[in-house]
Design a protein around this ligand. Structure first.
Ligand code: SF4
Length: 397
């Protein structure tokens, strides 16, 4: 599955994008950029969560004025998001940003776009050129607009994708005429299926690196699913060089979701603990949902190694389902059996399962750090006699 479509490479600060580089995660601040302290604080949180590139909006001069100090304090490359005012792009380039996001369709005239391209060329900065579903239907020419709208009612998705690709081609001609090739492309829609079709078409027609994302995807509950449906499909097909999962909430969650998506598709090496847990069923005899939430929170706070931890509700399906766990607990009848790399270590009461599991994780992590232990892919075999057996020898099932 690890086939990736080969694209050209651009360099954003120290981060390569395209040309076989690891898929980069990006997000966007939700602060006012001119509020330097709030913006830097959010950029730092995004970086800690695993964000490789951060975009900031620069609608006003006071926002571009804030960029030098933001850049000074940012641990990751900064991209300036420009709409309407080409001067903001020039100011952002002057301030030292690492990339510009520009929609030539909302810059007043061609000469202004040319000036931004010239400024980026001088500093070797890439430009992301994007189309959004909402901005591609002709606005100024009423006749063309009527034709496009009519076509959209006949084959809505096909026509929309065709319009998006045509618009990108139109924009790209400006860059080609300027012999400027450090371009990243995007084509966003609120619909996952449109995004999938649009990027498939673009990947076929261009060799430029692709920034994957949806636009206006909604609140986390729906935006997350829409984003992952579209981005996961495309990434699994080898399409996409940098991704943004977006929804209306704290952007740190976007980054955590993007990271998990890349881990799931084996496009990024896991750096922290992996928690697997059973969904529970009618066999459950402990409060597993609470235990899973507690383990997740504690692991995130304390363990920095990719330890695989399994929290299972019983021994019926647990061992097979958490094959390869480094540390596991199989719960039942008010107690749990703790396994470390396939070997049974101890049986504890329900109220001690969290502490016992975490102690084993800490001990294993310390051993790995000292070079005395290795993370494994050991299989789990339940020891006999089964400690969850009732006094009469029967087992809860
Ligand atoms: Fe049910 Fe046991 Fe499977 Fe959990 S591990 S879902 S409790 S059978």
């Amino acid at each position: 599955m690890n086939h990736r479509q080969r694209t050209r490479r651009v360099i954003i600060g120290p981060v390569p994008v395209g040309g076989g580089a690891p898929v980069a995660i990006q997000s966007m601040t939700s602060t006012y950029t001119h509020d330097i302290d709030a913006t830097v604080a959010q950029i730092r949180k995004l970086a800690v969560a695993g964000c490789d590139l951060v975009r900031v909006a620069v609608p006003g001069k006071k926002d571009t004025d804030a960029l030098p100090e933001i850049l000074n304090q940012s641990p990751v490359p900064i991209i300036a998001d420009v709409h309407y005012h080409y001067q903001r792009a020039l100011e952002a380039v002057q301030a030292g940003v690492h990339k510009i996001r520009l929609n030539p369709g909302n810059i007043a005239d061609r000469l202004q776009v040319d000036r931004v391209i010239a400024a980026c060329r001088e500093r070797a900065l890439p430009i992301r050129v994007g189309v959004n579903e909402g901005s591609i239907v002709e606005r100024s020419d009423q006749r063309v607009r009527a034709e496009q709208r009519a076509a959209l009612t006949e084959d809505p998705q096909g026509q929309l994708v065709r319009l998006m690709v045509e618009k990108l081609e139109e924009y790209l001609r400006i860059f080609e005429e300027n012999a400027f090739h450090d371009v990243v492309l995007s084509a966003k829609s609120i619909e996952a299926t449109v995004v999938i079709d649009a990027y498939r078409a673009i990947a076929e027609g261009f060799d430029l690196p692709l920034h994957l994302g949806l636009t206006h995807a909604g609140p986390p509950e729906t935006g997350r699913i829409r984003s992952i449906a579209a981005l996961g499909t495309l990434l699994a097909e080898g399409i996409g060089d940098t991704i943004r999962i977006s929804y209306a909430a704290d952007p740190v969650g976007e980054v955590e979701d993007a990271k998990e998506l890349l881990y799931s598709l084996k496009l990024r090496e896991r750096t922290g603990p992996e928690l697997i847990a059973c969904p529970t069923c009618g066999r459950i005899e402990v409060d597993l949902i609470k235990l899973v939430a507690d383990v997740r929170r504690k692991l995130a706070d304390e363990i920095k190694l990719p330890i695989k931890v399994a929290v299972m509700g019983c021994v019926v399906n647990g061992p097979g389902e958490c094959e390869g766990a480094d540390v596991a607990v199989f719960a039942g009848k008010g107690k749990g059996i703790i396994y470390v790399q396939g070997r049974q270590k101890q049986t504890v009461a329900e109220d001690q399962m969290l502490d016992a599991l975490l102690d084993e994780c800490r001990e294993l992590a310390a051993g790995v750090e000292r070079g005395e232990a290795r993370l494994s892919r050991a299989s789990v075999a339940i020891a006999s006699p089964n400690p969850l057996a009732h006094a009469d020898g029967s087992v809860s099932s």
